[in-house]
Design a protein around this ligand. Structure first.
Ligand code: BT5
Length: 259
């Protein structure tokens, strides 16, 4: 069976420490929540997987639909980095997911800051969370929700979400995909820790869904029109507003304008 248990997918792992410990649940509220709550007692590189996630979470309290066919997992890492560096990990992970899918000839793009897109629809979301003590980073949890074999979605996201199955007509083994993501994540994460964040950024630039496009920046329900120009060296989105001003966007929600 295609259960995301350690025994099932460890054989595909080529990592040194990511996924050395895999904690698997048949059913759980949220793999990120578990990792966040238990992080102190878990070792660096621990991966949490599940078959069914009841209350999957997106950013800012949004919901992540994790119906049958979804692959949900969280990676716990304990780097010695400054707090302002943490959001960079989302780009490291997005790059890892997208190149892992390339290995299976599944062509995706990266929509800054945390989505993976296939044929203009969202196929994967990444949620990076952290725990701090006295303003010092204790650990980071990176949650990945990838729609693998989903056949449909709830009405609210029917027009914006897709799955590998819907796009290719093929069922994929979640174990192989999860292992490929972790294998690529460890390589890019190691580079990031060695001060080579560029390795991830180059992938994010090359596979960007937004660069060169007209976008809407959405902040506190206010929409600003801009053109996405580049990713800065810290992973921020560089945009140019209609009045010519250039700005660096550190976090937020964007949508690509089709006309
Ligand atoms: C995300 O948030 O995209 C982050 C999703 C992270 C999910 C993983 S699963 C493992 C781990 N455990 C968790 O509890 N979470 C992580 P955000 O950018 O805020 O996007 C949320 C929005 O995406 C929702 O408001 C919907 O519009 C849309 N959405 C929800 N479920 C979706 C799905 N399965 N596929 C595509 N779009 C979805």
């Amino acid at each position: 069976m295609d259960y995301l248990t350690g025994e099932n997918f460890k054989k595909y792992l080529t990592t040194k420490y990511i996924g050395k410990t895999i904690i698997h649940f048949d059913q759980i509220d949220s793999t990120n929540l578990y990792a966040k709550n238990m992080g102190d007692t878990l070792e660096h590189g621990t991966v949490i997987t599940c078959e069914e996630q009841k209350t999957g979470r997106g950013r800012l309290g949004k919901k992540w639909e994790s119906q049958s066919g979804s692959m949900c997992m969280s990676i716990l890492v304990k780097p010695e980095i400054k707090l302002h560096q943490v959001s960079k990990i989302t780009q490291v992970c997005a790059a890892a997911v997208s190149i892992a899918l390339d290995e299976l000839s599944i062509n995706t793009q990266i929509k800054w800051p945390n989505d993976i897109i296939m044929n203009n629809k969202k196929i994967c979301g990444i949620l990076t969370e952290m725990k701090t003590e006295m303003n010092v980073l204790t650990y980071i949890v990176i949650g990945i929700g990838l729609n693998v074999n989903n056949e449909d979605f709830p009405n609210e996201i029917q027009n914006t979400a897709t799955s590998i199955f819907i796009e290719t007509g093929l069922s994929f083994e979640k174990n192989i995909i999860a292992a490929k993501i972790l294998n690529n994540f460890e390589i890019l994460y190691d580079e990031f820790i060695k001060d080579n964040y560029k390795a991830s950024l180059d992938i994010c630039r090359k596979k960007s869904y937004v660069l060169g496009k007209q976008i809407n920046l959405i902040e506190n329900n206010i929409v600003k029109k801009a053109k996405a120009i580049d990713l800065g060296n810290d992973g921020e989105l560089i945009v140019q507003y209609e009045d010519g001003r250039i700005d660096n966007i550190i976090s937020g929600e964007i949508s690509v304008r089709l006309s």
